[in-house]
Design a protein around this ligand. Sequence first.
Ligand code: GLC
Length: 764
Amino acid sequence: MKSKEMPFGKIVKTEKTGDAVVVTFEHGELEITAYTDFIVRVFADLSGIHPASFAIEGNKKTGIIVSVEEAKGCVTFTTKELIVKIRDEAKVDFYDKHGKALCMDYRGERKGAKTLSLEMKQFVEQEGHVLTEKDANHRIQSVKKLDAGDCFYGMGDKTGFINKRGYEYVSWNTDDPFPHVDSYKSLYKSIPFFITLKEEGVFGIFYDNTNRTYFDFGKESDDYYFFAADEGDLNYYFIGGNSMEEVVRGYTYLTGRAPLPQLWTLGYHQSRWGYRCEVDIREVAENMKKHGLPCDAVHMDIDYMRGYRVFTVDEEKFPDVKTLSKDMHEMGLHLVTIIDPGVKKDEGYSVYDKGMEKGYFATSPDGETYENAVWPGTAVYPDFGREAVRKWWGENHRILVEDGIDGIWNDMNEPASFKGELPEDVVFYAEERKTCHSEIHNVYGHNMARATYAGLKELTGKRPFVITRACYSGSQKYALAWTGDNQSLWTHLQMAIPQLCNLGLSGMPYVGTDIGGFGSDTTKELMCRWIELGSLSPFCRNHNALACKDQEPWKFDEETLEIYRKYLKLRYALLPYLYDLFRQQEESGMPLMRPMVLQYEKDHETRNMNGQFMIGESILAAPVVEQGATRKMVYLPEGEWYDYWSREKLEGGRYIIRKAALDECPLFVKAGSVIPHYPEMDHVSKEKDKTLILRVYPGEEGEYFHYQDNGEDFAYREGEYNLYRISLKDGQVSVNLEHQGYAHVYENILVQCKDEFINKVITY
Ligand code: GLC
């Protein structure tokens, strides 16, 4: 399945077909297709397979009109928004509609990396240094001209900082328990999408190749950047737009958007590896209540299974999950269980037997079921690329759903394997097509999440709550994600901001870190600072590794508990705002948690900003992420701002230093904003429809749309929702019900300016 080698030679023929043009070169063909006026795909069939995309569902071509002009050595392909010039040697250059260059193929040769002699290598390795050989060239590579001011964003969960300039990455889903640091090339997710922000102009590139792919954003050279692979095709989408926001819109148009979640899932989740029996779970629930900590879910890690067999429960330790979940529901809590893909090899265990009988597991090239090891010991791997397998897997969740389980957490789906990585030739299928691990690896978790999502939807009719660790582009349609096994390190708290923001730019809006850190032991101070950030992350869960120091909030002193409570209360107060952002995200692809640069891309100050972020358009969060710090330097962009806590009005366009004692997370609100809040609550319940508080931050006249529905199922898609238009004019607030399809309109809407309620308005 190796691809043919580049290069292409001179143009010999051009053929226009509707919205596409096929340019034939002396050695190969390029197919350029306009999906929209801003999205153009560049495709060279190098594998001879024409694989269907795993990321893109359905036909995204909008049938737009393109014009094609031919001249010697150059074909010009024009949409309403872009000009694409294809030249000899398959060089492709993109310009905006005014002819300004955006993305030019690099004309020189790659320099390649420095190589060391074998002796030198062995000498260096004596002390344990590991040197990796680098290929100067890949079979498939698209090398682009790099300009001085170019910044790069996206790429999923990669470590390091918001701007990826100067770094290289590999997309190959990787389960690595060591502390994730800036030099890591791969983590759990492969989202081969990046945004290039230029001095002037912006665009995105999505390299839809599920094989191992390589990205270099100016590490090798200041003259070029590239993306590459050794297998698969040249198959990338150029995504233009007038702003970063439009590029994100385009990428999520193509790969899909996260569906609105159930409202409770936005609440707080308490988890740990090591809740060994039912009593442990009940104790967590009771402690949350006892300490006045709002909460909506407790997670059950692998400890609940019988010998780590998926879709089983250890009846000695968890004798009655049905009653447990019923009692939890009565307390307003939900239960979420982990499900890993590895199925224990064990005759007599129905999941294994059934999978074997039907041939649902991956095999070695000789046809034998492929075996490796994960938590249950020797295990086999379901082949999720096949519809029948996904259906079977989805249906397996019935026992958990019948036991009252409310959500599923997919882990180890890179897939993890304790006895070395799966060989590249392990046989998997892409629906009917036989293929192998090297093509499927990066979509293994994606397909597992897809199966889980479909299964839960079928079984419950509710919006499925699925968490996944491994992802590919488009996984946002099925699952939210957490950043895997971070550690209780200050550097990991710092990294949480750029990592979650880049995931958002990569189409994944519903993301979070393990609050407090998963591995190693947290400290009181780190815990406090982490919940301050975590309470503002889209997904909010404290999770901890087996044998690490306990980190449930009540395991610390009174002060920590108080701080923890304060931020959980803040989160619950902001739930209607977060939910509104989710609804907007479903329509626009804009993530909830936004790097400053997404909101203020013209302001160069924001391009490398790692220490603060926006929540939607209106709230600026600047959590303290440094040990010992009691001040935070905050950049307030142009305009007027309010300190969320003190209500002090502040002039923007400058840096300020905000004092930030241990219990203070600096937050600011843009003048002219309305932020909906809930009154105090300890979990999401029907009470949510009683009272809404509109906190007003006076400024220029503004408008805000607030969305309300049952928070559970898909009825909203049939119009069962309410949409309130809130207008801010001359310091007065009025509320109009723009759309009424959900029966429970608020009983009260209170308007709060400063600390006073200024008026009480209901205008239906
Ligand atoms: C993996 C997961 C972690 C989980 C553990 C045990 O390390 O990333 O979240 O607790 O497995 O299931």
